[in-house]
Design a binder for this molecule. Structure first.
Ligand code: AMP
Ligand code: MG
Length: 413
């Protein structure tokens, strides 16, 4: 596979990824934010719990709290209810032998009680007598203090992307603000004389610019501040100016188009002039002409012009870089082998990410088929697809019922 790729001057995708990850570093800079402003952001500190969770020993059920020493095996027994422990308003007395306390979920356990019997299993008799069933299980339905999180133990680790659950966990521990990584600043623009922005009339030979909308969507993330720099013509001076001004202000520049070998494809040439080209051709399809390098401290990705190639190269090459810059390590896409219900063909030489449709059947098994046209200018089949079908460089055909590696589209970062 390696020879095949190198003989055509293309860098195998795995090596491209290794080079990208060797080149990009986690960004410096943190911000302190209140919980609601930290959702989806990356923790810049590990957080240790200032309190135990739960803070107190409490009931896991609505029922009756008793001492396990009262439990009788194989026989009903009666205890006198001497008070109530409400959530937020504990029972303040002392539980003596032969007594129990009415208790509600989350209410603090009386000190002398260590067992809760659910209310559905008792009989309430006269004079506050509560009849407990046979087979009362000692220590049942009690949540120990610190049972979820011990005081001072690590609640969330540095580098964790904060989910809704994490915000809830932090709030439970009384943490109201956190240090998070600053946003990654990314500029993107399209290049090409043929491009017209939506809202303008289409004239002969022109096409609407899809890529800035794709990138807007792909970069729409709480960890990213993305700036759309518009369409730049295939003009070396204008492109140089755009590169330089973006390099001075952003962590990453992403361009689309002009990365190939056509007469108007200037991206690699300008990158070499203003910075360094690390590589510019990758053995993947869609997405061969991908330029990667640096201008000053700014990481540069020159993606292909064809929209399907933009999405595939973004997912497979740009995203791992952004994740590392944001403090994630060891990115790997979720994937598994699935039976392909269709014969597929491809040329040897490049690893393909074909667009597929993955279906789960009533018996729980999965099958996959192609989503149709795989040309790199086609977005419609991409829109209908829900996964990539990964076909290795040397593969030329897939038989019906062969198992192939499938990577479902997912919510990234
Ligand atoms: P290029 O790499 O500039 O030769 O572009 C390859 C193909 O992608 C050409 O057919 C372009 O017209 C097309 N293309 C480039 N940029 C865009 C864009 N922003 N939106 C849609 N198609 C594009
Ligand atoms: Mg072009």
């Amino acid at each position: 596979m390696t020879d095949l790729c190198f003989s055509s001057g293309l860098l195998p995708i795995k090596q491209a990824l290794v080079r990208i990850l060797a080149e990009v570093q986690s960004i410096e800079g943190v911000e302190k934010k209140s919980l609601k402003n930290a959702l989806g952001r990356v923790l810049a500190q590990s957080i240790y719990s200032p309190i135990a969770l739960p803070p107190d020993r409490n009931s896991g059920m609505d029922g009756y709290a008793l001492s396990s020493s009262e439990c009788v095996t194989n026989e009903k027994f009666t205890l006198k209810q001497v008070g109530t422990s409400w959530a937020g308003k504990p029972f303040e007395g002392t539980l003596l032998k032969g007594e129990c306390v009415r208790i509600f979920t989350g209410a603090v356990m009386p000190e002398q009680a260590d067992t809760v019997m659910m209310q559905e299993r008792v009989e309430v008799a006269t004079d506050n007598n509560i009849i407990f069933p046979e087979n009362c299980v000692a220590f049942d339905n009690v949540r120990q203090a610190g049972g979820d999180v011990e005081k001072s133990s690590c609640l969330l680790s540095l580098g964790k992307k904060l989910t809704a659950v994490d915000l809830g966990l932090l709030a439970a521990a009384g943490v109201h603000s956190v240090e998070i990584k600053r946003k990654l600043r990314i500029a993107y623009f399209s290049t090409g004389d043929e491009l017209i922005s939506v809202g303008q009339a289409l004239t002969t030979g022109k096409i609407y610019d899809s890529n800035r909308y794709l990138l807007f969507g792909l970069l729409n993330n709480p960890c990213i501040e993305a700036v759309d720099m518009g369409v730049i013509k295939d003009d070396k001076t204008l492109l140089e100016q755009a590169f330089l001004s973006a390099a001075n202000h952003y962590d990453v520049i992403i361009t689309t188009g002009g990365a190939s070998v056509g007469d108007a494809d200037y991206i690699k040439e300008i990158l070499a002039k203003l910075g360094q080209v690390n590589f510019w051709k990758v053995a993947m399809k869609p997405g061969k002409p991908v330029a990667f390098g640096r201008i000053k401290a700014c990481v540069f990705f020159g993606l292909p012009g064809n929209p399907a190639s933009v999405v595939a190269t973004f997912d497979k090459l740009v995203l791992p870089a952004l994740q590392k810059m944001l403090g994630f390590e060891g990115y790997s896409a979720l994937g598994f082998y699935v039976t392909c219900k269709q014969a597929l063909k491809k040329q040897a030489g490049r690893q393909e990410y074909q667009r597929g449709i993955l279906t789960q059947h009533d018996d729980g098994t999965y099958t996959v088929i192609s989503a149709g046209g795989q040309n790199s200018n086609r977005l419609k089949s991409f829109s209908e697809a829900n996964c990539y079908l990964l076909l290795a460089a040397e593969v030329t055909e897939v038989q019906v019922d062969e198992k192939i590696w499938v990577e479902p589209f997912e919510l990234f970062i």
